[in-house]
Design a protein around this ligand. Structure first.
Ligand code: PNW
Length: 481
């Protein structure tokens, strides 16, 4: 029985940064136009079989041409913040050096429209779209040559757009680039033949590139421009399957191998000890200077979070091949009672609360936590149920109520950006997976606000979230089995 009086209302802090997120390759389109050169994702999409339905980001949401209407829509929704990324190969078509004036104009106009609309821009420098020319020249992230090139690209962005941008994110989810780009091969550049070494090598260079970009901002721009700069990491919560010591250790390794891999160097000055012990010389090491460069190199903790697994210890098999995934010795299990999104990702709101508590406890990030992505893919069968996305509404209600709970217990969350502002190119899944709070008809490019978009409008306006008790109850922890 539905009883409206059973709704619970959550109130958030006054200046909480509510917003939505996107990324360049997923929305811009105009991939081979306006002076942009190909990125590793254009190359990857051209390989038969890599992307569902043979899709690519060639046209995507045509945001490059429609940005003005899109900003108007964000304004109608009352978004306080909008996170997007800059396409490196659009701004610097040769990877370095000559600036493409049309890219400069595009991002400048986008930023100025956001600012006149009162929407805070949060800008990601690298959301996976490495210029293909740098991949071809020296192997991209596998070479230390990428470090000065990334720093120069970052510096160009600070110089060009720093008067508008007060929130910078150097890298989005380096874990995905390394584990999926060089481990499983599901993402560009699609490598998997040396999964015992390349993920660790690419990660090492990504961390150093992040460190150099942050140092550059702090030394040359921060005093004058007065912004913040940080790193965005993705982590699903890992809950031990049982209270056994083996399962607790499996949880520790699962956290070390994904979040700790990147967060420990930034918050503690080195890779997790367990990783160094298990990977030995396959894990590169930092010099004293590099440790100092990385320690404290984030003004806030950018977190992307989607799901949760139960974990248990897995004995290393007899197979001799060393591989990033096998190195962890962790078995992931999902509770068959959990709901699943259209990605097949489990809906587990309580995992969000546990993860937030854990980050607060282990890293105590100065500047707090900014949730830079959370959301879900929902399958649409008719245009009507695409708009009436009650599944997404309940997902958001569950996750936001658990985030509120963490905040009430002292976790310093500064803002929350839903993934995504609109349906877009979902990497290996092409246009088949829809994450937007705004629907995109990819034939007509028409945008339609979904019910979840309306929920967001209320959230931005009133700073309050109403959640039915039934949804609240299903967001709470239940042990496995
Ligand atoms: C993130 N995984 O990607 C990205 O930052 C977005 O660009 C993307 O659209 C969104 O989440 C939804 O997928 C991820 O396999 C891709 O664990 C894959 C994983 C996690 C995040």
């Amino acid at each position: 029985l539905l009883n409206v009086r059973d709704d619970k209302v959550f109130t958030f802090p006054e200046n909480f940064l509510w917003g939505a997120a996107t990324a360049a390759y997923q929305i811009e389109g105009a991939a081979a136009k306006e002076g942009r050169s190909p990125s590793i994702w254009d190359a990857f999409c051209a390989v038969p079989g890599k992307i569902q339905n043979g899709d690519s980001g060639a046209t995507a949401c045509e945001h490059y041409y429609r940005y003005s209407d899109d900003v108007q829509l964000m304004k109608d929704l009352g978004l306080r913040a909008y996170r997007f990324s800059i396409s490196w190969s659009r701004l610097l078509p040769q990877g370095r050096g000559r600036l493409n004036p049309r890219a400069f104009d595009f991002y400048s106009s986008l930023l100025s429209e956001l600012c006149t609309s009162g929407i805070t821009p949060i800008v990601t420098l690298y959301h996976w779209d490495l210029p293909q020319c740098l991949e071809e020249e020296y192997g991209g992230w596998l070479s230390a040559k990428i470090i000065p090139d990334f720093e120069a690209f970052a510096s160009t962005c600070f110089q060009c757009f720093g008067t508008f941008v007060k929130h910078w994110i150097t890298l989005n989810e380096p874990w995905c680039c390394c584990a999926l780009g060089y481990g499983s091969g599901e993402h560009a550049p699609g490598k998997s033949s040396n999964a015992g070494q390349e993920p660790y090598l690419a990660a090492h260079h990504m961390l150093l590139a992040h460190g150099r970009a942050v140092k550059c901002y702090r030394d040359q721009y921060q005093a004058e421009q007065g912004g913040l700069i940080g790193l965005t990491l993705n982590m699903d919560w890992k809950e031990p399957m049982s209270a056994s010591e083996a399962d607790r250790q499996a949880q520790a390794r699962a956290l070390d191998w994904q979040l700790g891999w990147f967060a420990d160097p930034v918050y503690k000055g080195d890779y997790p000890e367990a990783m160094r012990a298990r990977c030995r010389d396959r894990l590169p090491s930092f010099s004293k200077e590099e440790q100092a460069l990385l320690l404290g190199s984030s003004d806030f903790f950018g977190l992307n979070h989607y799901s949760t697994d139960f974990v248990s210890g897995e004995e290393k098999g007899s197979e001799t091949t060393e591989n990033y995934f096998a190195d962890q010795g962790v078995k992931n299990t999902s509770d068959p009672r959990w709901l699943r999104t259209d990605m097949g990702w489990d809906v587990v709101p309580w995992g969000f609360e546990r993860l937030l508590n854990w980050i607060q406890k282990v890293y105590s990030p100065k500047g707090g936590i900014l949730v830079t992505e959370n959301g879900c893919a929902v399958r649409e069968t008719t245009e009507q149920d695409a708009i009436n996305d009650s599944f997404r509404i309940e997902y958001l209600q569950g996750y936001l109520s658990q985030m509120h709970k963490a905040m009430a217990n002292g976790v310093d969350v500064k803002g929350y950006l839903v993934w995504s502002f609109m349906d877009n190119f979902e990497w290996a899944f092409g246009y088949a997976k829809r994450f937007g709070i705004v629907r995109v008809d990819f034939e007509s490019q028409q945008r339609t606000v979904k019910d979840s978009g309306r929920l967001f409008r209320t959230l931005c306006k009133e700073n309050k979230l109403k959640v039915p008790s039934r949804v609240l109850a299903s967001a709470e922890f239940v042990p496995f089995n």
